[in-house]
Each structure stands twice: as structure tokens, then as C-alpha cells.
Write a protein that binds this ligand. Structure first.
Ligand code: ZN
Length: 343
């Protein structure tokens, strides 16, 4: 089974290690070319993300407590954000140049990459900090291949507000889109760029629903009804995604899967299936896909890394999903919504 995935943070890992050529031979994280091949993962959204200062290990430790409420990191300055974003985009461009993967801007390209065995990469920006108020950088990144963007990560930007990593918590944690955020949505609609609603506040989600002409997409978020984390989607949000022909991608981050919200690797595949069941019950079978968060989170021990994806597919089969449903979840729903959004 081929798998196309809604979110990974490999570029953040490369930003730390600078080991870009390691992609072809093997990296220590969840994603590299051999692991993609072994897992049947034909491609996905590769996120540019500007790190906040601070100790990530300490944050993960905090997310293992019974309840937590991590403070929102301070905003990132435009110049710093642009420098980091261009460096991370550069890694993907370098890998495209060496033929180790291919930056894709159409589903035809993605499908021919899948046939040829070349990983297909969508260039995604997680948090619009690098975008200036005149949108010159949006145009520049678009020319480099950017076709997907989240207005916010879990951090305030000029465009809106993200949810803090908080458990238990509703996603209704703060303000919606700013006037500049509304302009960003309109620009993305005009250019056919995916607008990713993972990380945005509930108010921001409904603001985008009001403004955007495109299907609503949350690349890596789960069912709030099963795990009441600020990052997960309420039933009402899931239904809105379904009604617009959008997609929600199942996030493998264990803090957003486990009912107790803890970022611990002990999560049965049955829990992932329960989220898929619930998300499909609300949004419909055409509106649920995968959004692993590989290289950005602790994932279930039963998957481990991208090479373990066949275990999830086998669990879907055992759970009684038809091959048609599995194809939709694993590839086709992403292809459909990208065709509906890109132009
Ligand atoms: Zn994320």
C-alpha cells in the first residue's frame, strides 16, 4: 500500500544536524529515503518550521504529566524567520537537485514520482512568521515550490494565534485571524496554496472557514472527543472539514492520541483506529487521511518510524476497513483535496 503523508518535520531535524546528504543513506530520525521505501511512503508534506528558543526535551517531559499548560513561545522576528525558512527550503531544493526526492506542485507529479520510486515532497510552511506584510516572501517561497502554509504554529504571529500545548483543553484558547491574517487567506486562495488549520485557535479556524474559498484542511490533528488536547479537532470542526470537502490528517503524536494526553510511546494501534473511526464518523470517509508528525513528535512504539507504516495498514485491514477505504485514507483523499485546492 502506498502512503502519502500530511506532515513531517524532517527539515527541522536537518536544520539541527546539517546532514542533508544523510537523507539518501539514512538518518537517525523517523524519515529518510530507505525508511520511506521500506514503509511504502511515497511522499508527504515537508514542513519549514522556525524553532522557538528553549529546551525541547524539557517540553516533552512536561507533556508527560497528568495535566500541562505550556506557555506560548514569544513571536519570532521577521528577519530571523526569513533566514531560517530559506535555509530549510534550501535543503529540499538541494535534495530535489540531486534527484533524491522531487518537490511537487501537482498531483500528476506526485503520482509519477510514486511510480518512479522518487519520494514526492510538498513544500509546506508551518507558521507564517517569514511572510512580510507586503507578501513579497509569499511570492518568493511560492516560486521555490511552496504550496501549503499554516498561518500559525503554536505561537502568535501577525496573522493569528496558535493554541498552546495544553491538556486537557478546548481548542478555543485565544483570538482569531488578524486583518492581515484575512489578507493572507485571500492571497493563498488566489495562488492555490493549501491553508493548514492544525495549530490555529478555534476562533481562527472559524474565521478561515468564513473567509476561505478552499476546502478546510488540518494536516495533523486528531479527534478531541477521544483526546481532549488543545491541538485536536472538535466534532463541529471535523464536520465542517467534511462539509467543505476538506481533509483532517491523523497525527501520530502520542500526546494527541492517548486519552490521557501524555507524550509517551505506549499507544496501541487500536487507539489510532479509534481516532480514524471517530474522524470518519464526523467528517466522512473522503475527508480523513494521515498526518504523521514524523520527526516532530513521539510516535507509537508499534510504528517507530516511517518504515513501520505497514503495521498501521495491517491494523486497518484487521479492523475491517475495505481496500477502497484504506486507499482513500492512505493516498487518495490527499490527492483529491490537493486537486481541489491547487490551480
Ligand atoms: Zn505541528
Amino acid at each position: 500500500m502506498q502512503i502519502f503523508d500530511g506532515h513531517n518535520d524532517m527539515l527541522t531535524q536537518l536544520y539541527r544536524s546539517k546532514d542533508v546528504s544523510g537523507f539518501a543513506t539514512g538518518l537517525s530520525g523517523h524519515i529518510d529515503k530507505p525508511k520511506l521505501r521500506d514503509g511504502g511512503m511515497v511522499g508527504g508534506f515537508f514542513a519549514i518550521w522556525v524553532p522557538s528558543k528553549g529546551d525541547l526535551a524539557a517540553l516533552t517531559a512536561e507533556m508527560r504529566k497528568d495535566a500541562y499548560d505550556l506557555p506560548l513561545p514569544p513571536p519570532i522576528a521577521l528577519e530571523e524567520a526569513q533566514e531560517v525558512a530559506l535555509e530549510q527550503a534550501g535543503y529540499l531544493i538541494d535534495l530535489h537537485a540531486t534527484g533524491d526526492l522531487s518537490i511537487c506542485t501537482s498531483t500528476d507529479q506526485i503520482r509519477s514520482c510514486a511510480d518512479a520510486g522518487t519520494p514526492a515532497a510538498i513544500l509546506h510552511l508551518e507558521g507564517a512568521e517569514p511572510i512580510d506584510p507586503d507578501f513579497a516572501m509569499l511570492d518568493r517561497l511560492y516560486d521555490l515550490g511552496l504550496r501549503s502554509l499554516g498561518p500559525v504554529w503554536s505561537r502568535p504571529t501577525d496573522f493569528g494565534a496558535g493554541v498552546p500545548f495544553r491538556y486537557p483543553s478546548s481548542p478555543d484558547t485565544g483570538a482569531g485571524l488578524t486583518p492581515l491574517g484575512v489578507q493572507l487567506i485571500e492571497r493563498c486562495n488566489a495562488k492555490g496554496i493549501v491553508i493548514d488549520l492544525s495549530h490555529i485557535t478555534e476562533a481562527g479556524f472559524w474565521d478561515v472557514a468564513k473567509v476561505s474559498q478552499a476546502p478546510l484542511i488540518a494536516t495533523h490533528s486528531n479527534a478531541h472527543a477521544l483526546c481532549p488536547h488543545s491541538r485536536n479537532l472538535t466534532d463541529e470542526q471535523l464536520r465542517a472539514i467534511g462539509e467543505t470537502g476538506g481533509v483532517a490528517g491523523l497525527n501520530f503524536a502520542t500526546a494527541m492520541l492517548r486519552a490521557d494526553g501524555k507524550m509517551l510511546p505506549e499507544v496501541g494501534l487500536d487507539v489510532m483506529l479509534a481516532h480514524l473511526d471517530h474522524m470518519m464518523a464526523q467528517a466522512g470517509v473522503d475527508s480523513v487521511a494521515l498526518g504523521s508528525d514524523f520527526d516532530g513528535a513521539v510516535v507509537p512504539a508499534g510504528i517507530g518510524d516511517a518504515s513501520g507504516l505497514p503495521h498501521l495498514v495491517a491494523a486497518m485491514e484487521r479492523h475491517g476497513y475495505s481496500s477502497d477505504m484504506i486507499e482513500k485514507i492512505c493516498v487518495e483523499n490527499w490527492m483529491r483535496v490537493l486537486d481541489a485546492t491547487w490551480h
